[in-house]
Design a protein around this ligand. Structure first.
Ligand SMILES: C[S@@+](CC[C@H](N)C(=O)[O-])C[C@H]1O[C@@H](n2cnc3c(N)ncnc32)[C@H](O)[C@@H]1O
Length: 376
């Protein structure tokens, strides 16, 4: 179940975080297709310089480890997965240069491999960023399951890089081939972009991979009305902060509180940092952390956690991340500390919260969302 067999070898790969009896694999047919294509077309030689984008759990980076690739991902979880899977396969993970989207690339790549992300804005931003590190000889191969490759994605490749073609489907996956056209002048990435909040006219900046990048999410909008004021100064944490909107409003309502912003996306945390600096008079009371749920946060240190939890990991829908977030929240809250969450009514988060905290109160609800509170 967790053995990837490709021309480059056999590798044991787990998803991250590991779950008991996980029915899902840590790679897909698009990863297999790329690796097969590289071998069949004899694309690589000993000195090939490789850039890999959006490798979810390390299938590509680990199979191509002997070329010492540079792997860029916006996801802390992907970075952790690649490190753990390297260890399992007895590969020194330092051979793979792991980078966030904010670390600079260098030189010219012979091969660029792109796992096409779910978010088209993210793809657009990435294509602009890689263009300067490719030349006429660079082989650019993107891949995804066919159902995730839209005409609009192919058009982005043509507009930003140059001539683009697609392969036949294999096991429902498809490859996209692009060639740099030196005569194209596509300009620069439009990201980060901004939206203005109609409630107070504040402008929020959002990097390309942000949840609800173009406008405030309806669940978060509902939550804004229910962020409490603490009786004393204290420590508030915006868990899964996205662009930081919930934490920033909490900071405005609680001018003496310390505020922490946490997310697993580097782009989310950078957006929250940018917005807190711009919108808060005193942003020195804010701290920012990229991590998985609340890993690395001190136990019993927080008075209030506010959270609009995710209900998917890439294309996989589920409540397993929310579950982990609630369990972590229980550990990180002080005695008497509160977790306040917003969620779609049908997700049944109250059952989980009751199980974990032994209590759960509905603070508010509308047709679509509920706001729930549990006390530690
Ligand atoms: C529904 S959005 C909420 C964003 C923001 N708080 C808002 O209300 O607009 C969920 C956020 O969870 C983050 N996320 C997903 N998995 C995570 C994990 N394991 N640990 C921390 N954050 C995670 C996503 O990057 C995303 O920013």
């Amino acid at each position: 179940m967790n053995t990837l067999e490709v021309p480059q070898g056999k590798f044991t790969l787990n998803r991250y975080p590991a779950r008991n009896d996980d029915p899902l694999r840590a790679w897909d047919a698009a990863d297999e297709y790329i690796l097969l294509h590289l071998q069949e077309q004899k694309i690589l030689n000993k000195t090939s310089k490789i850039l890999i984008l959006n490798d979810a759990f390390g299938a590509l980076s680990i199979a191509l480890e002997k070329y010492q690739p540079c792997t860029v991902s916006d996801s802390f979880i992907s970075h952790q997965a690649i490190i753990e899977n390297s260890n399992i396969n007895k590969i020194a993970h330092q051979k793979i240069t792991l980078q966030t989207p904010f670390q600079p690339l260098s030189g010219t790549y012979d091969l660029v491999i792109i796992k096409i992300p779910k978010n088209l804005a993210m793809l657009e931003d990435e294509l602009y960023k890689i263009r300067d590190y490719c030349n006429d000889n660079t082989i650019i191969i993107a891949a995804a399951m066919s159902k995730y490759i839209h005409t609009s994605s192919v058009k982005l490749f043509e507009r930003i890089l140059g001539t683009t073609t697609t392969s036949l489907a294999r096991k429902k996956a498809r490859l996209v081939f692009s060639k740099i056209d030196a005569n194209l002048k596509p300009g620069t990435s439009p990201y980060p972009t901004q939206y203005t909040l109609d409630i107070n006219n504040e402008a929020y900046s959002n990097h390309a991979n942000l949840f609800s990048r173009e406008k405030l999410d309806l669940g978060s909008r509902f939550m804004l009305k229910h962020i409490p004021q603490l009786a004393n100064h204290g420590h508030i944490l915006d868990l899964a902060c996205g662009n930081g909107i919930l934490g920033i409003v909490a900071a405005q309502l609680n001018p003496l509180a310390d505020i922490s912003f946490v997310d697993e996306s580097y782009m989310a945390v950078e957006s929250a940092r940018m917005n807190a600096k711009k919108l808060l008079k005193d942003s020195s009371r804010c701290s920012f952390k990229v991590t998985d749920c609340l890993q690395g946060i001190e136990n019993e240190s927080i008075d209030l956690i506010i959270n609009n939890p995710p209900f998917h990991q890439n294309h996989v829908v589920g409540d397993f991340i929310a579950w982990q977030m609630f369990k972590d929240a229980r550990k990180k809250l002080k005695k008497g500390g509160k977790l306040i969450i917003v969620g779609n009514r049908h997700l049944g988060y109250h059952i989980k919260l009751k199980k974990i905290f032994g209590n759960c109160e509905m603070i508010a609800n509308n047709k679509k969302f509920v706001i729930l509170k549990s006390v530690n």
